[in-house]
Design a binder for this molecule. Structure first.
Ligand code: NAP
Length: 278
């Protein structure tokens, strides 16, 4: 598995696993748990969840998947903006830990900016670090000016990542946010990297490149996100077959021709674009 280094020196798997929309259907539970475990076996050790996913049931499912294997995972969860006050952040984390059946998170993110001042949330995160309940913290859905504001705060420089929407069809952040993060040694974490399994995976350019690599469009989308060794990608796959397919994407090296064809089909931004979010 390829690794990405976080600002505190921790190495995490470049390819992780998302869990949004898991734990929504009882009939899929067994397969979802098997998928997460197969991902761990394949080295996709970073698992991303959030207190809001399935109203906490995604965290419970992740806890079940990690039973007896907690040490193998790099576990990420997120506080909802409506909870992200100084004390609310601590309380929300404690509730997440309970659902996950663990005593610490490896990384805790602010899901998006909400009503509370960033100072408050950062203080909550720092209290959690001191208490040993989280190892590191970061943010999600932060545009460049949000990152500037955060990094100017006391302790703000300890932000470990910014989780953002990124895939071949969502490249707006390449103009300024990704260079900004790269200059500061903060890896981005790409969410919806296979375009939520939708039209992106039927795009002729991705299909053509995939054929050349004896790969699938999803694998090419993941190889695109992982280009440059500074990004983590967290595809969600609720089946073992999709997980195993995704894991193989780390071995794909895109050629110059592939990159030209991707640029022609999905032009990189020529000017600042507001951050897209889902
Ligand atoms: P995604 O990972 O791009 O797509 C997931 C969909 O793609 C699922 O329907 C999945 O189907 C399908 N899929 C996965 N691998 C595939 C493959 N190899 N071939 C064909 N289809 C495949 O989208 P996402 O779930 O929105 O994003 C990933 C994760 O990022 C989330 O689960 C969540 O953890 C995180 N996220 C964070 C935010 C945020 O605001 N911070 C927002 C969105 C997502 P199956 O399930 O049937 O395998």
């Amino acid at each position: 598995m390829r690794m990405v280094t976080l600002p505190d020196g921790t190495e995490v798997s470049a390819l992780g696993q998302g869990t949004w929309m898991m734990a929504e259907r009882p009939a899929s539970r067994g397969e979802e748990i098997a998928a997460l475990r197969a991902g761990l076996d394949a080295g996709m050790r970073l698992i991303d969840t959030a207190e809001i996913y399935a109203d906490g049931a995604s965290e419970t499912l992740v806890g079940e998947a990690l039973a007896g294997r907690r040490e193998e995972a790099y576990l990420v969860s997120k506080v909802a903006p409506s909870h992200a006050s100084r004390t609310g952040t601590v309380k929300a984390c404690e509730a997440s830990l309970k659902r996950l059946g663990t005593d610490r998170l490896d990384l805790y993110l602010l899901h998006w900016r909400g009503p509370y001042a960033l100072e408050e949330t950062v203080e909550g995160f720092e209290r959690l670090v001191e208490a040993g309940k989280i190892r590191a913290w970061g943010v999600s859905n932060f545009d460049t000016e949000d990152m500037e504001e955060l990094l100017a705060l006391p302790g703000g420089e300890r932000c470990a990542t910014n989780q953002i929407l990124y895939n071949p069809d969502e490249r707006g952040t390449e103009f300024d946010l990704l260079p900004f993060l790269s200059d500061r040694g903060i890896p981005a974490m790409a969410y919806s990297p296979v375009g939520q399994g939708g039209a992106l995976l039927r795009h002729p350019a991705l299909e053509r490149i995939a054929r050349r690599h004896h790969a699938t469009p999803a694998q090419i989308a993941l190889a695109f996100a992982l280009e440059g060794d500074e990004m983590i990608a967290i595809p969600k796959a609720g089946t073992v077959a999709h997980v195993l397919e995704n894991a193989k994407a780390v071995a794909i090296e895109l050629t110059q021709q592939d990159c030209h064809e991707l640029d022609a089909a999905f032009p990189p931004p020529q000017r600042k674009q507001r951050l897209s979010v889902i």
